[in-house]
Design a protein around this ligand. Structure first.
Ligand code: SIN
Length: 297
């Protein structure tokens, strides 16, 4: 179980193909450390996609927003504007959440490649923060553990979207009916067995979790608030300050994350992102039925 998040993988050139052994070692490291930084990379969009595909199927956003030209699996996250047009999504991930928890097939990992990192007075801005959901689960009271042992939680895409839209200055349009229908709410165990570690994690993030199924609404609201507050304790936090040209890969099952929006419109941040799905790590029962990862060599 990761007690502390974050490790640096040096001297691995991600533009080159990975062997099966390297891929499996990285998956084990991802389970162990939750967040992996690969410094000093020089990658084309095709190479970022090829590296990401080693770990599973890549997600393609149904809205088609902010895709890299010719690469629907690669999204651009950026506050940059060129010829009056935004180059990417400018407020992606700017609140605590876990990507894709609202979907029946959840995400295993996010892989971001940062080629422009805003700086002020020599210090990098636009950090990405993480919380350790293995450790949060371990520390829960026996009472909460037994109340939620067999419970599922509903996760809803609209919760995060509406929260972001309500922020001053948001340019997010309301979701169309088609976009809402493309992402109906999904249920997952409150305590999910992580396929890479075999340990339980708390799978309830403030961005998307809306209801504990099978409890009266007031009790569900109260416990969710308590779970969200618990996660915010300092001891679970890792803040990643970006280095230009690093690739950051993180475990999307065992962590929650937050993109820190502490930079202005003229302080440019530019990231390419792939999302690796976790479908191959679960049986027909979906997240109820994890298939524990076995290294192939
Ligand atoms: C995300 O939530 O995937 C974006 C994180 C970031 O831009 O730091």
């Amino acid at each position: 179980m990761p007690e502390t998040l974050g490790a640096c993988v040096v001297e691995l050139d991600l533009s080159q193909p990975l062997s099966v052994t390297q891929t499996d070692m990285l998956l084990l490291a991802l389970g162990r450390y939750g967040v992996l930084e690969f410094p000093k990379q020089s990658l084309t969009t095709a190479q970022l996609k090829a590296f990401s595909q080693n770990f599973g199927e890549l997600y393609i956003s149904p809205g088609g927003r902010a895709q890299a030209p010719g690469f629907p699996e690669v999204m651009i996250l950026s506050n940059m504007v060129e010829n009056g047009q935004p180059l990417g999504l400018k407020d992606a991930g700017q609140s605590w959440h876990t990507d894709m928890s609202y979907a029946p097939v959840i995400a295993l990992a996010n892989i971001l490649y940062g080629t422009k990192i805003p700086q002020r007075e020599g210090k990098p801005l636009g950090a990405t923060q993480f919380r350790n959901m293995h450790a949060v689960y371990e520390d829960l009271s026996e009472d909460i553990k037994s109340t939620l042992a067999d419970k599922t939680i509903t996760h809803d895409f609209n919760k995060f979207w509406d929260m972001m839209r309500a922020r001053p200055g948001s340019t997010r349009p309301p979701l169309s009916e088609k976009e809402r229908n493309a992402r109906p709410p999904a249920r997952h165990p409150a305590f999910l067995t992580h396929p890479l570690t075999g340990k339980k994690v708390l799978y309830a993030n403030p961005g998307y979790a809306v209801e504990i199924n099978g409890l009266p609404k007031a009790q569900s609201d109260e416990i969710l608030e308590e779970l969200f507050a618990r996660q915010l304790e300092e001891k679970y936090l890792y803040t990643h300050a970006w280095n230009k040209d690093s690739v950051l890969m993180w475990d999307n099952i065992g962590t929650t994350h937050n993109a820190v929006a502490d930079y202005g419109p003229d302080e440019h941040r530019y990231m390419k992102r792939c999302q690796v799905m976790a479908g191959h790590l679960f049986g027909p029962g979906g997240t109820q039925e994890p298939l524990l990862f076995n290294p192939r060599t």
